[in-house]
Write a protein that binds this ligand. Structure first.
Ligand SMILES: Cc1ncc(COP(=O)(O)O)c(C=O)c1O
Length: 392
């Protein structure tokens, strides 16, 4: 069957090949004595805490499973609004919040709402691959601008201004970023928003990892820079609910009817059970657990980054959020793709090569996810030491 031409602009996930090979090797006899350690996985090793699971069970038993409004359960929008007030000191009206089936659905709503066919959207290289594909699926053109360590792998206002062209409509940023775990400095974010605003464009900021921020300097929402910023968020990462498929977006009030209309048509609503469960995310007991987990992620980062450096895998910018370290493997190999396979086979440690995240110099970079228990991370680093240092 003939497929639509827009599919030509959507690339496959190359890392899935790598992940598949790691899973196959993990099941083979070669791994019997030394099980594979998966540091390629982009989701928390924690699951939803007890109150959240209990809330889901209660909703199921009570049959509270019918569709909700396309914009989400009212009490959930209110609790999310309360979270912005409590955590970020921001006054975000519940009416500006649309609950979605994960950040992915939020992006699938934001892009068709804002991007016309052929519109260019600026984003950093490296960045989360799906984000450019959401733009392509809306018939827009993602423009990847190379961003090195001196820019924290992020766009800055000067870069946005010089790259802005006739067809440019906006920027799509992620702070903290996947794959680098680095954020945009709040003052720089303010300058970007201003530069985009003055050109009549839109600023979409994917803040899915903002809850997992380890540095007060960076842990601020771009929503502080104006009501015209579109912020994408999720229950997947900080709230440890990846498979529940729940997220949200904060929109300028004027955009809500358009997104509501799209959401009604494309999704009807996000999972009702997941929404009922998520109400319990904001209970003090749950927040205390999430904060304990955040401290655990920070401790892992503080272990992993110096350990990688000591292996000749330089991490030029210390990640300030998420659970990723972006390491330069050029001292060991000219191809992070081949190197990842080599480490998978020799050390039984699975890492993600840079290929999917960008086109500029991606063969230099590897992403390590520290969403694994500390004991696993310690074992992984010991194995890498054995392969890269002791045997060298
Ligand atoms: C930067 C970024 N945005 C969006 C997503 C999608 O998340 P969700 O599970 O909320 O759809 C991910 C998932 O890894 C991500 O890393």
């Amino acid at each position: 069957m003939r497929t639509a031409s827009r599919l030509e602009h959507i690339e496959p996930f190359y890392v899935m090949e790598c992940a598949k090979a790691a899973s196959e090797l993990a099941r083979s006899p070669a791994c019997a004595d030394k099980p594979m350690i998966f540091l390629n996985i982009g989701e928390p090793d924690f699951t939803a805490p007890p109150l959240v699971r209990e809330a889901a069970e209660r909703a199921l038993r009570a049959g509270r499973t019918q569709y909700t409004h396309a914009t989400g359960l009212e009490p959930l929008r209110e609790r999310i609004s309360g979270w912005y007030a409590q955590r970020f000191g921001l006054d975000i009206a519940p009416s500006r919040i649309v609950v979605t089936a994960g950040a992915s659905a939020a992006l699938q709503l934001a892009c068709p709402a804002l991007v016309e066919r052929g519109d260019e959207v600026l984003m950093p290289d490296p960045s989360y691959p799906c984000n450019r594909h959401f733009v392509a699926a809306a018939d827009g053109v993602p423009v990847l601008l190379p961003c090195g360590p001196e820019q924290r792998f992020q766009l800055d206002a000067a870069g946005v201004e010089s790259a802005w062209g006739e067809r440019t409509r906006g920027v799509l940023l992620a702070s903290p970023s996947n794959p680098t775990g680095t954020s945009i400095d709040p003052a720089e974010m303010g300058r970007i928003v201003k530069a985009v605003r003055s050109r009549g464009g839109f600023t979409i900021v994917d803040e899915i990892y903002l809850g997992l921020s380890y540095d007060d300097r960076y842990g601020h929402s771009a929503l502080a820079h104006g009501d015209d910023v579109v912020s994408i968020n999720s229950f997947s990462k900080y709230f440890s609910m990846t498979g529940w498929r729940l997220g949200w977006m904060v929109l300028p009030e004027s955009l809500v009817p358009a997104v509501d209309k799209l959401a009604q048509n494309l999704f009807i609503c996000a999972s009702t059970i997941a929404q009922q469960a998520a109400l319990a995310c904001f209970e003090p007991e749950s927040i205390a657990e999430y904060e304990r987990r955040r401290a655990e992620f920070k401790a892992r980062r503080d272990f992993v980054v110096p350990a990688l450096e000591s292996l000749g895998l330089r991490v030029p910018v210390t990640p300030d959020g998420a659970f990723y370290a972006w390491a330069d493997c050029s001292a060991h190999s000219g191809s992070s793709w081949d190197f990842a396979f080599e480490l998978m086979r020799s050390a039984h440690v699975a890492l993600t090569p840079g290929r999917d995240f960008g086109r500029h110099g991606s063969e230099r970079w590897l992403r390590l996810s520290y969403a694994s228990a500390m004991a696993q991370l310690e074992e992984a680093m010991a194995r890498l030491h054995e392969v890269l240092v002791a045997r060298a």
